[in-house]
Write a protein that binds this ligand. Structure first.
Ligand code: FAD
Length: 431
């Protein structure tokens, strides 16, 4: 869309009332989700994601694909007032899903699809003046917690006294830059810890490459293998899962949810790889897109079925270097495309952008400022199966909710749930 009234009218005719109906469905799901804040404020916590989602009447959305959900609500119903469902599903919701999750409508669950469409439905998103990263540093300062960075947990073992031993390698997590094999002894209920012992015969947890841009991440036998010279009871992946399942009435109630069985395989989470590339360039080439001209700061989304070698492109005009901070000025110095009517483009793709694609996509000299390969979001797979929040008494897995929908707010409410679970655990231990 170019933003002209003709293109807006064309979109309104093509996507019809299906777009309005999907917006209403997003609003309905959000209304249910908002109940969570009152429940958490009252101290409610859930040991399994299924139970949280059932309390909010959102669980069923995770059991159906976004494609099937849109078929049921937008395409199949024969109503005189409903039209545009097919094109809307493929070209609008599908395009946004590829941008946000780099996955297709049939891969996504319906809840992830609704979350993904939220910013489009409401027409705005928020950002913090000075950068969203301040949210993290602000929360960290507020909490007073000690966070160990550049340290990778490679193994978790339960001690006889109920506390946990975390085996940690130093270096940058995810970089493969692991160092010394330190073992920091930590209280499983509190952040931070002291003391250290040497751990032998263990491997850092790795994300084993799999096919199709998807990689496995999770506990492996190597993570839970016995370590010599430490007075610990090793908690195997089987034990971690079954301890959670037998640890509470809550878990019993979830037997019909089809949740994690406790087998090691249920702790493996395939992640979708997304490569984020920042490119400084004077503009996009209209001929690549088969059009005569493009608006200056174009954003490009690709429909669900498109075979494009990227999943989204967005642009920001770059102010003149004088208006940038010193470090930014240094970063862009020498790049003729930046600060001189140029743009920085953010490109999402599954593979790094090859040079010939860069020159086909961008006008003039295109410079890659940065490129990063992320294990970005869970590879959704409805009907979703969830690992419990509580892996073992006093051991909480904060990411358990992410297969429902991956987003900052989901991470925030899952973290609140984790904290409430730990409070419950500590209170029980004190009694
Ligand atoms: C490119 C991209 C764009 C996104 N855009 C949006 C968006 O616009 N809006 C939105 O809401 N969400 C967005 N998301 C999703 C959002 O970033 C995630 O949902 C959120 O960061 C998840 O938070 P988390 O704390 O659960 O996990 P993470 O933020 O991934 O944090 C996990 C941390 O644990 C560390 N870690 C992992 N293993 C170990 C180990 N063994 N030992 C020690 N440390 C370890 C990792 O290094 C990492 O720092 C985006 C994600 C990506 C990748």
């Amino acid at each position: 869309m170019t933003g002209t009234w003709e293109s807006k009218l064309g979109a309104a005719l093509r996507y019809g009332t299906a777009a309005l109906r999907y917006t209403w469905l997003v609003a309905d799901a959000l209304k249910r989700f908002r109940r969570l804040y009152d429940l958490q404020a009252a101290g409610q916590a859930w040991e399994r994601p299924e139970h949280m989602l059932r309390s909010l009447d959102l669980y069923n959305y995770t059991q159906q694909s976004a494609y099937g959900f849109m078929q049921d609500w937008l395409v199949r119903p024969r109503r005189w007032w409903l039209w545009g469902g097919g094109p809307f599903s493929d070209e609008v919701a599908g395009a946004i899903n590829r941008c946000n999750y780099n996955q297709h409508n049939e891969q996504l669950n319906a809840l992830a699809g609704l979350v993904s469409y939220g910013p489009a439905a409401y027409g705005n998103v928020w950002q913090i003046v000075g950068g969203n990263r301040q949210l993290v540093s602000g929360l960290l300062a507020e909490s007073g917690a000690t966070v160990h960075t550049a340290a990778r947990v490679t193994r978790v073992a339960r001690l006889a006294d109920g506390k946990y031993l975390l085996a940690v390698t130093t270096g940058r997590p995810g970089s493969g830059d692991s160092g010394g094999g330190d073992v920091a002894r930590e209280d499983g209920a509190r952040a931070g810890g002291g003391g250290s012992e040497a751990a032998r015969g263990q491997q850092p947890a790795e994300r084993a490459p799999a096919q199709g841009g998807v990689e496995e991440m999770g506990y492996t036998q190597a993570d839970t293998g016995a370590s010599e010279g430490t007075d610990v009871r090793e908690a195997s992946t089987e034990e971690l899962g079954s301890a959670a399942a037998s640890g509470s009435a809550d878990a019993d109630a979830g037997a019909d949810c089809g949740g994690a069985s406790g087998a090691a395989s249920s702790l493996l989470q395939p992640y979708q790889v997304t490569v984020t590339t920042l490119v400084a360039a004077a503009g996009l080439r209209p001929e690549y897109f088969g059009v005569a001209a493009l608006p200056p700061a174009s954003a490009v989304l690709v429909s669900d079925r498109a075979t494009a070698p990227f999943s989204a492109i967005s642009a920001k005009p770059v102010p003149a270097p004088a208006a940038l901070g010193a470090s930014a000025t240094t970063a862009v110095a020498g790049n003729s495309s930046v600060g001189d009517g140029g743009y920085v483009y953010k490109v999402f793709s599954r593979e790094p952008l090859p040079p010939d694609l860069l020159s086909a996509l961008f006008r003039g000299e295109a410079r890659v400022l940065a490129s990063r390969r992320w294990y970005a979001y869970p590879r959704f797979n409805p009907p979703e199966r969830f690992v419990p929040f509580v892996l073992a008494p006093g051991l909480v897995y904060g990411n358990a909710l992410e297969p429902a929908a991956s987003a900052m707010e989901m991470a925030a409410v899952a973290a609140t749930n984790s904290a409430l679970l730990m409070v419950r655990h500590l209170q029980a231990a004190d009694e």
